[in-house]
Design a protein around this ligand. Structure first.
Ligand code: 13P
Length: 255
């Protein structure tokens, strides 16, 4: 962590916690996590629980909200999808883009990821761009090359169009082999990938990119959160499973 960036703790609930469960979660979480001005906490509920989660946190403007996905198009006949404008209208200020489950389960490409990044930025949603290598890519020594390729592919269009939009960007390094597996990257592994990402951001966008936070995600728990947060270059955490329990999520937010 540098002093200028306060840690960002982000909860990706994935396809968990409907409106009733999200409301109960927030009731339990809010009493365990008092507002702190030395960190930013962002929750990514499912689209269907988004409104309920925001209402349950109405008294806590310190908490930020984002959506887990948007469609790349402005609007139209895309049954089941959510547009960037609609997400912003509902109170989202962030959106996950390029998550490994979108890439590897739903087959989203680098090009689609880039379109979503631009659409999000155009509607005032800060993209949380996720990058990360598969296990075979790590074993082949391609980790840095993969994350830098994903980063460049997603951001080059945005940089060319509107370099200032980069200021709201957040990056999450999530090695695919660490997601939901209980196999966390070591703080050294995280630092090494974050260094490559930081350098690539500098090449793309110059020193204006210094303030972009780079989060680590993949089997973060209340037990390993503080070691990961202390790793050089790690500016925050993106948490799946351990963010579903209000007690462990509060412990991570207070780490
Ligand atoms: P887990 O914390 O469950 O490994 O998930 C990480 C993740 O994908 C967050 O986006």
């Amino acid at each position: 962590m540098t002093d200028l960036r306060r840690p960002v703790l982000a909860a990706n609930w994935k396809m968990n916690l409907g409106p009733t469960a999200a409301t109960a979660f927030l009731e339990a979480f809010l009493v365990r996590y008092a507002p702190r001005d030395d960190r930013t906490v962002i929750l990514f509920p499912s689209a269907i629980a988004f409104g309920a989660a925001r209402s349950a946190a109405a008294a806590r403007p310190d908490l930020q909200f984002g959506v887990q996905n948007i469609h790349a198009a402005e609007k139209g006949a895309f049954t089941g999808e959510t547009s960037a404008a609609m997400a912003h209208d509902a109170g989202a200020r962030y959106v996950l883009v390029g998550h490994s489950e979108r890439r590897h389960v739903f087959g989203e490409t680098d090009a689609q990821t880039a379109e979503k990044v631009r659409r999000a930025a155009a509607h005032g949603l800060a993209p949380v761009l996720c990058v990360g290598e598969k296990i075979e890519e790590r074993e082949a020594g391609q980790t840095d090359a993969v994350v830098v390729r994903q980063l460049r592919a997603a951001l080059e269009g945005l940089v060319a169009e509107d370099a200032t939009a980069l200021r709201s960007l957040v990056i999450a390094y999530e090695p695919v082999w660490a997601i939901g597996t209980g196999r966390t990257a070591t703080p050294q592994d995280a630092s090494s990938a974050h260094r490559a990402i930081r350098a690539a951001l500098g090449d793309l966008a110059g020193s204006g990119s210094d303030e972009i936070p780079i989060l680590y995600g993949g089997s973060v728990t209340a037990s390993n959160a503080s070691a990961l947060l202390q790793a050089p270059g790690v500016d925050g955490l993106l948490v799946g499973g351990a963010s579903l329990d209000p007690e462990s999520w509060a412990a991570i937010c207070n780490a």
